[in-house]
Design a protein around this ligand. Structure first.
Ligand code: PMP
Length: 359
């Protein structure tokens, strides 16, 4: 077979452990998954109802242009509907961008560690990858700007960054964007945007007016609690969106996902409650870390990376056997840390108790 040579070295995506699997393996009645930064409170009731009301349309293909969803998101964000591209999760938007811009002979710049799909897609497209180490847990934007040259096609910024939860300040981002050549696409992945509290966080949508080479990615998988339905989107200048659109699958977002996302975006009260609970949850973890002198990064997302100063896999395994699935930092570039999704107050208290036992 005439495989692309880069695909032969790639490992398939390794999904985390499922609740069912862990229950069976360890004979547990109760297992809590705090591994994939999902919303512990599920989704808005309005979104769940919308799905139930749309089951009759399952035999028909979805609207390939996502017209109603486009109107709803465009209205909510106060942007033109033509400035949006929807994907089967923001994962698909990352793929569309990579397919459209990356190829052998160009390079792409990203932080390390960061969300692994940027690198994965860049490998598939055969482009050179320039990883710039985080500095103290934060994007080193100066070094990233220096890594950009005339062959750079895409720069990936993840804010809040997965897995550290750290964000890029408004001023740092502006300075960085000013340095970027107009023919370099800057991707601002804001999967956790709705959780951010920081006052010096940028208004990314207004930056889009100024920078035609900027695309902002957001998702319904996190605070909206619709991870299973796979809906993400990109916001950018409409010419940029038009150029990316042909790389998209024609019916990439399904009808149930459209209906749920439209209902979800209208229920901002649900988001407010989730954001507040997340703040309280983060404080539970901060208090625990401080009481036990464990290092952590202050998080602007719905997860926290905690450094146990020992083999992360040991912590992971200890928690797993006691019914808590977290993410070992070993695979995330932090071999002594675990990344824990902020759950409900009870779930947080439960995992914290187990962590205390481990110590
Ligand atoms: N970007 C970041 C930073 C993420 O953490 C995730 C999910 N873990 C995604 C994108 C992809 O999200 P989805 O495809 O579910 O929209």
């Amino acid at each position: 077979m005439k495989w692309k040579k880069q695909i032969l070295g790639l490992k398939p995506y390794q999904p985390g452990r499922t609740i069912q699997e862990v229950k069976q393996q360890y004979g547990l009645k109760q297992v809590t998954k705090l591994a994939s930064n999902e919303n512990p409170f599920g989704c808005s009731q309005a979104a769940a109802d919308a799905i139930a009301n749309h089951s009759a349309s399952l035999a028909l293909y979805p609207d390939g242009y996502a017209s109603e969803l486009r109107q709803a998101v465009g209205g909510h964000l106060e942007i033109k509907p033509e400035q949006l591209i929807f994907g089967n999760g923001s994962d698909e938007i990352i793929q569309i961008i990579s397919r459209s811009l990356l190829q052998p002979g160009v390079n792409t710049v990203m932080a390390a560690p960061t969300f692994p799909q940027y690198k994965h897609n860049a490998i598939l497209e055969g482009s050179e990858i320039r990883e710039v180490p985080l500095k103290g847990g934060y994007h080193d934007l100066e070094a990233m700007a220096e890594a950009v040259d005339e062959n750079t096609a895409v720069v990936w910024l993840c804010t809040p960054n997965n897995p550290t939860g750290t964000y890029i300040s408004s001023q740092d981002l502006s300075e960085f964007l000013q340095k970027m050549p107009a023919d370099v696409l800057v991707v601002l992945d804001e999967a956790y945007y709705e959780y951010v509290e920081a006052e010096d966080y940028h208004d990314s949508l207004s930056l889009i007016k100024e920078y035609k080479n900027l695309i902002v990615l957001r998702t319904f998988s996190k605070i909206y609690g619709l991870a299973s339905l796979r809906v993400g989107y990109g916001v950018a200048d409409e010419n940029l969106i038009r150029t990316l659109d042909p790389a998209r699958e024609p019916f990439n977002v399904n009808t149930l996902a459209h209906a749920a996302a439209i209902a979800a975006i209208k229920d901002q009260e649900f988001l407010k409650r989730c954001k507040k609970a997340n703040q309280e949850g983060l404080r539970q973890f901060y208090t625990f870390c401080e009481e036990h002198q464990l290092d952590y990064y202050p998080s602007s997302g719905n997860f926290i990376l905690i450094d146990f100063a020992c083999d992360a896999n040991e912590v992971f395994q200890f928690l797993l056997e006691r019914g808590f699935i977290v993410r070992s930092g070993a695979a995330l570039g932090f071999p002594t840390s675990v990344r824990v999704t902020v759950g409900s107050m009870e779930q947080n208290a439960g995992v914290i108790e187990c962590m205390k036992e481990f110590l």
